[in-house]
Design a protein around this ligand. Sequence first.
Ligand SMILES: [Fe+2]
Length: 368
Amino acid sequence: MKRVLIADLKPGMLVARTLFGDDGTALLPKNTELSEPDIGKLRQLGIGSIYIKDSFVDANIPEVVTINVLANLAQDLKTSLANLSAEKTVDINTLKMGASQLVDDIGKNRHLLPNLEDIHTYDDYLFFHSINVAILSVMTGISLGLHKGDMADLALGSLLHDIGMIMIDPAILNNQEKLTPQQIAEIQKHPEIGFNILHNGYEVSATAAHIAYQHHERFDGSGYPRGLREKQILEHARIAAVADTYHAIITDHPYRRAYSSSEAVMIIKKLTGTHFDPDVVEAFLSNIAPYPEGSMVLLNTGNIAQVTMVDRLRPDTPVIQLICDQNGQILKEKFEIDLRQRSEVAIARPLTKNESDLISRRIKPLNT
Ligand SMILES: [Fe+2]
C-alpha cells in the first residue's frame, strides 16, 4: 500500500483504503479499480492523495471504530454543523447517542491501535478533526480508567470541542497568509463561543461544555482563554488538548503538510509538562503506535521496510516487509520479518513523510 498523489494516479490502479465523503458515505470503496472519471472527481474535490495497492504491502488495516458507527456519527455531525451555521437548532440527543456508541465500539476494540493518517480536503477539516479528536480522547480516557458516565461526556465534549469555530468568519479561517493580531484574537474566541452555545443552548453536561471552553488551556498556564493551569483544567479538557494537537499535526493544512505519526509523537513529547499533563500524555501515547501500519522505517541493517502489522503489546517490534536493499534499490521479491522474533534486526528510525513519498513514487502500483 502506498500514498499516491492525485497527479500520479493512473486508471486501473486499485484503491487500498476506503475514501470517505464528507457525509460519511464511501466515495471510493477499497478495491475499486480507478477509472478516468474517478480521478477527475478526486481532482475536482481537491483531494491531495489516496492510498493505492502496490506489489509490496497489502496491509488490511482494521479500524478501531466500525464503519457503520462512524458513518452514522459522521452524518449526524455533518447535519448538526450545517444546522448550527444556518442558525437552526441541533438534535443533541442523536449526537449524544452517537458519542455513546463510539465509546462502546472503542471499548470493544481495545486490542487495536488507531490509524488516523487519513486523507481529506481541508474544507472538511472541522468535521474530520472533530471525529478523530473524539476517537483519540476516548482511547486516552479508557487508558486513564475514566468511569463510563465520564466517558460519554468526554466523547460528546471532544466531538464538539471546536463548535465555536462555526461562528468565526470563514475568510479568517481560510486565510493562507500570516494572520494579524486581530485575526488571531478573533479565532481565540472560539472556546468561549463554543461553551456558550453548548451551555446555554442545549442539555449537555457542564463537563462536555467545559471541554469546549478549556481545550486550549495549557498545563503551565500559558494557554487561553483564561490561563488556567494544571488541575484547574478539567481532566477531560487536558485529554482533548493532547488529542486536538496530535491530530492537527498529522493533518495537511493550507500552510503546511502533515507530519508523520512518529514526528507528531516527538512533538507531543517535547510539549509535555509545558502544554500537556504528563499523565495524560503517557496514557495518550499508549494508544499510538510509534510505527503505524503502512508507515516506512529505516532498519539498522540499512534496508528500508514498510510496517505490515503492529502488536499492541509490543508496538516497538512490528512485522515489516522489506522494500529497499542497503543501496536503496527497490527489492523484486516480497520479504517479511517479524521483529518480535529477530532481535538482531531493529528499527533505526521512521522515515519522514517526504522520504516515504519519494520511495512510494518508485514502487510499481498494482494494476488489475
Ligand atoms: Fe480549538
